[in-house]
Design a protein around this ligand. Sequence first.
Ligand code: FES
Length: 645
Amino acid sequence: TQDALVVFTPSGRRGRFPIGTPVLQAARALGVDIDSVCGGRGICGRCQVVLSEGEFAKHGVNSCASNLSERSDNEQAWEKTHGAMNPGRRLSCSTTVLGDVVIDVPADSQVHRQIVRKRAEVRDIELDPAVRLYYVEVQQPDMHVPSSDLRRLKEALDFDWRLTNLQADIRVVQELQSALRQGEWKVTVAVVDAERIIAVWPGLREKVYGMAVDVGSTTIAAHLCDLQTGEVVASAGKMNPQIRFGEDLMSRVSYVMMKPGGDGEMTREVRAALNGLATELAAEAGIRVVDILEATFVGNPIMHHLLFGINPVELGGAPFALATDEAVTGLWATEIDLHIHPNARIYALPCIAGHVGADTAGAILSETPYLTDAMTLIVDIGTNAEIVLGNRSRLLAASSPTGPAFEGAQISCGQRAAPGAIERVRIDPVTLEPRFQVIGSELWSDEAGFAAATAATGITGICGSGIVEVIAEMYLAGIIDQDGVIDGTLAARNPRIQPNGRTFAYTLFETDERMLQITQNDVRAIQLAKAALYAGVRLLMDKMGVERVERISLAGAFGSHIDVKYAMILGLIPDCPLDHVAAVGNSAGTGARIALLNRGRREEIETVVRRVDKIETAVEPSFQQYFVDAMAIPHKSDPFPNLRA
Ligand code: FES
């Protein structure tokens, strides 16, 4: 027989094959990455390729020339059930090589395809999920060759997919007989980590889903992902119902201390909320909850412990010992009362230290400071700020007690970020007149149409990013000095400044019904919060022996709304070129999603986390001095050359 040269793009792999070789077979021989669920039977449609140059034949035809549009029987059958493929596309399993060819494997046909994040700074999640689907045709039982259904299933998986030494969950065995007979000996199985069969369905099954969850102390956020494409098919969020046991983490731990069994109550609450979220996600995506085969989790140490039914009391006091700092892996969904597929696997990223949890591990996995030489700072601002500093050679982590001021608590007119909250503020340095924007409207308060645009929600308060801006603007306009003191002498000539007890306040907004003022206490609360954050960062810089950082990622809900320039004016973060400061959103949740979509990255973060040095800010003698110095705006002594530029 004649040989033909077959070249695959984009990999560039090439080789010579006899005319008539199925394209998928040639690809396999060259180690070219082409997806397949049905094992080359022409029924899953996963193996599509595009012919760039040369000719293909119908499957099995190896002499007469056929033109491109001519589909093989398999292809025609597939198109009948799935609709026509793009004209240039062919099923690589069902078409053969006719002569020298260049074949392109499009991204959606690759197993390890890259998922592009929708973000300014585009990075990829490579797809390599722990749970994968395999379609097989199983031998029927035979009186003369006695063998069990499971044995024949495993033989088929070995033969078609080279999956050896598979184990099977007992629940799979319970369903196997009916699945095989119902599917007329054709079944699809889900295999986790190439070692264990966790589900079986009759016939061909093409979709499997996973959920990635960030269990925050205030909100729980979840994404449902298609494990074959990496696509987020639904997202949902919910208040953490544990809030009724205490707003912040420490009050929840105190609840457990005071009330025996309180941890069990909170565990039940969070699990019930997760079930609610799973139901919501499934409904949004139009699937059933039992189609979810895997769930990954991140959360701070206390949320993590409560989710897994571990008493969090040890985390409430020194020495803050975690029950485990390993990844939680291989649990069944039923073990945490999660009503998705009963054999679904649970994975949680590892916690790092008593105050630095799996959420921080998620942020590290998402921001990958360990892959760069640039000295990188990640701050995730919530009630506690988690801080990570480092690069390829070393990573430090700490948590700093910022308190809830950045979330709008402890501020006289503060509120959570919600429609009606002021989020952007500018103050005229001469007249001291403010302009502002409210969540839910694009207009500034001095623009036409603003009143109409905000009529529905009203103007209800100020959220975290608004507080940062208003105080920074008050500083720039000279209303407060470096120490944060509101200048009372202005009251004589500007009605915006008014006495308020023994101090003064700045009036941001006033109607007959409502007055939003920034009081001296509000300024203090923000100074205390930002000083705690900055002192934590400074301490880590000190330990690291660096005077400056080269890259800053602001994570978390607050971090993603904050204007980084104002964060720096206020001295929330250390000096850094502004274009190297990025608001990265919920990077902890992104970490959970990466872990869901790529099992190699799980090993990566587990290894990285082991070499993170934990710094306990509370016991560091220098912390107090750093804290006092950081009370000033932006700072008592540290220079901010990038602000001047
Ligand atoms: Fe399933 Fe080609 S491998 S259709």
